[in-house]
Ligand binder design. Structure first.
Ligand code: AMP
Ligand code: GLY
Length: 423
């Protein structure tokens, strides 16, 4: 089977690494990919939203399956594009159709879905610029801190958590009236603040059946002790030590099942990953958000713990036979530590030469923002390389990642030295 992966980050390198282990794989392509994927697949220099460009590659390379990494092409309807094209409609796409991808593309849609299907989540109301005053009144009924969410995709920046009521009102106006996040904040969801510890549950569904994948927890803030600005993720651990069987059963019964059944009932075709962001309040799981893709860097710890042949698993998703697959999960803990460019998540420089990555053998090196330039590997993004290790527990695994990071070099390399500090 020839497979094309869309995307260019650590998530996509990990998916490529895992697919590459399968006997069933013939040729692997990644568009656009990075320096890491180039060593195990053929990189194709086209963007993930260039659907016509993707079509040409599918046809010219005889590709039999497409795996979509990021949310953007899904929300833009890449799956629907395939289904509506006579030459592409038999090429399976791993990733939901546009209507279902709206679970990530619109926070308001996701909240309505959860309320409709009795899935536990924070209370909320949503507002547009026409009802700014109503928004102010709703804020007055809540206790601090105040949670404001831009309805649409805002590159992970659309959620504000504010301690002061007046500031919350100012920000609400900035979002609704002054288009702080452009069109994404034309509608704003205001929700009750949930105080608790977060974890992520990953589900793979074929629309009929589902499998719960290993749990993971990521570390989003740039600074140690979870301080400073939000990033895409600075590290992750799988499994989450406090996610025991009792909790996982609650999550499955109250959240995963109603989600998959709700998708079916609402006629939202879904073949792909569902990433459910959860927060534990008094030991009860509530949904904070749905993403219609895997997490990054969570993928870098979740996939290395799945022992199955991923081509077989994706094939079962495409054929709606996921019920015939038994997942075989590695008992060990996997951790990943993300190295990032100095300055990230604010302005940073690119094009810094990376060395030492080939000298690491007791961890897995997943490239994120890297590319080849003049036959050297250089930085090309904020998150640069993730170092994944296994261990009997997360502390042992982290020791290995941290030892190996000392071999890696690029100018102004930064990383968090306290992944797992709160566990
Ligand atoms: P989201 O993009 O919806 O996942 O929100 C980004 C982050 O904001 C989450 O990972 C949480 O840390 C935080 N967050 C979102 N909603 C809430 C809430 N209702 N209560 C507390 N924290 C929240
Ligand atoms: N690591 C968080 C995300 O992928 O959204």
């Amino acid at each position: 089977m020839n497979i094309l992966i869309l995307g260019s980050g650590g998530r996509e390198h990990t998916i490529a690494w895992k697919l590459n282990q399968s006997q069933k794989l013939s040729k692997l392509f990644v568009a656009p990919g990075n320096a890491g994927t180039a060593s195990i697949a053929k990189n194709i220099p086209i963007g993930v939203n260039d659907f016509e460009g993707i079509k040409n590659i599918i046809l010219s390379e005889g590709i039999n399956m497409v795996v979509v990494g990021p949310e953007d092409p899904l929300v833009n309807g890449v799956h629907d594009f395939f289904l509506s094209d006579d030459l592409l409609k038999n090429v399976p796409v791993i990733g939901p159709e546009k209507a279902a991808a709206t679970l990530e593309g619109s926070k308001e849609f996701a909240k309505e879905f959860m309320f409709k299907h009795n899935i536990p989540t924070a209370k909320y109301e949503s507002f547009t610029s026409n009802d700014l005053e109503k928004g102010y009144s709703f804020l007055e009924t809540l206790d601090a801190p105040y949670v404001l969410k831009a309805d649409g995709l805002a590159a992970g920046k659309g959620v504000l958590i504010l301690n002061d009521l007046e500031e919350a009102k100012r920000e609400l106006k900035a979002m609704l009236v002054d288009a702080k996040f452009g069109n994404a904040s034309a509608t704003v969801v205001i929700e009750e603040f949930l105080d608790g510890i977060e974890l992520s549950c990953f589900v793979l569904t074929d629309g009929e059946n589902y499998k719960i994948l290993p749990t993971a927890k990521d570390y989003k803030r740039i600074g140690e002790g979870d301080t400073g600005l939000n990033t895409g993720g600075m590290g992750a651990i799988s499994p989450v030590p406090f996610a025991d069987d009792v909790l996982m059963d609650k999550i499955e019964q109250r959240i995963v099942k109603p989600t998959v059944n709700g998708l079916k009932k609402d006629n939202l075709p879904y073949k792909g990953f569902i990433f459910i962001g959860l927060i534990m309040v008094n030991n009860e799981p509530l949904v904070i958000e749905y993403n219609v893709r895997m997490g990054d860097p969570e993928t870098e710890v979740v996939l290395p713990r799945i022992k199955n042949d991923l081509v077989e698993v994706f094939d079962a998703v495409a054929n709606q036979t996921l019920d015939t697959i038994d997942l075989d999960i590695d008992e060990r803990t996997a951790v990943t530590v993300m190295t990032v460019s100095g300055g990230y998540p604010e302005a940073y420089e690119k094009g810094k030469q990376i060395t030492g990555h080939d000298d690491i053998d007791s961890s897995i090196v997943f490239h994120a923002g890297t590319q080849f330039k003049d036959s050297k590997v250089v930085t090309s993004g904020g998150r640069v390389i993730a170092i994944t290790s296994y261990g009997d527990n997360f502390k042992e695994a982290l020791k290995v990642s941290y030892q190996n990071i000392t071999k890696l070099h690029f100018d102004r390399m930064n990383y968090r030295k306290d992944i797992g500090f709160d566990l």
